[in-house]
Design a protein around this ligand. Structure first.
Ligand SMILES: [Ca+2]
Length: 242
């Protein structure tokens, strides 16, 4: 029925509403797990949860940017970026916070929600729009939020990060821009450890995505390619939407 509605051209909103309805009927199982011909698997939200503190090498005192450092997230369709995290859509939840406010280097988890330098509102807004994170040798870094064990939920806007929100479709890919070795320059002094995290797309239900591609700059930490069935993003990572 979902496919039929779409084929008949009842419109995007009609397809989306049908997907929600069906998900509710089948107990939250999503269309992505059992795709129907012609049906648009519509996901409205992306959810990222930091898993870096679970890594054996994790240490709060190693930096002032604990955990996964989110610059932004891009939506890729037909090998082109068609949108980035929508402005004013990101919400941070400090669940399983890894480092207490004074545990970090310098006694300030400067880029996390407990920062005494930046407001949480500012840091969260830095995860929205096109990639812009900058790591500086001296002075503050800009353009990212360190999740510190927490999670971030948001929608995808256009290539400038402006609304309205785009629906994420089966066959799309999602690229998380994490401040990693690809952000390191010869002069910025960035340690830029690739961090680990998990990612879901959500509508009425929630589907965890598997990574499909790591950034080559992180191969020493992440390996060349994700293992089959792996759920951990590692540094800047592309995920496939089933
Ligand atoms: Ca950013």
């Amino acid at each position: 029925m979902v496919g039929l509605a779409c084929v008949l051209g009842l419109g995007f909103a009609g397809c989306k509403a049908s997907v929600v309805s069906e998900s509710a009927i089948d107990g939250g199982a999503t269309d992505a797990s059992t795709p129907e011909s012609g049906a648009a698997a519509g996901y409205t939200y992306v959810f990222i949860r930091d898993e870096e503190s679970a890594q054996l090498t994790f240490s709060c005192g190693a930096s002032d940017a604990p955990g996964t450092d989110i610059d932004t997230v891009g939506l890729i369709r037909n090998n082109a970026v068609v949108g980035y995290t929508m402005r004013k859509s990101a919400a941070f939840t400090p669940e399983n916070v890894a480092c207490a406010p004074t545990d970090c280097a310098g006694g300030n988890c400067k880029y996390a929600s407990s920062s005494t330098t930046f407001s949480q509102t500012t840091l969260v807004s830095w995860t929205e729009g096109p990639p812009d994170a900058v790591v500086n040798q001296s002075g503050d870094d800009t353009g990212f939020l360190s999740l510190n064990g927490g999670s971030l939920q948001f929608q995808i806007g256009d290539v400038l990060g402006n609304g309205p929100a785009q629906t994420i479709l089966s066959g799309d890919r999602i690229k998380v821009f994490e401040v990693d070795q690809s952000y390191k320059t010869s002069s910025n002094g960035c340690v830029c450890t690739p961090a680990h995290y998990q990612l879901w797309v959500q509508n009425a239900g929630s589907v965890q995505l598997n990574p499909s591609q790591f950034d080559p700059a992180n191969s020493a930490t992440c390996g060349a390619t994700p293992a089959s069935g792996d759920t951990l993003g590692c540094g800047t990572t592309v995920f496939a939407v089933p």
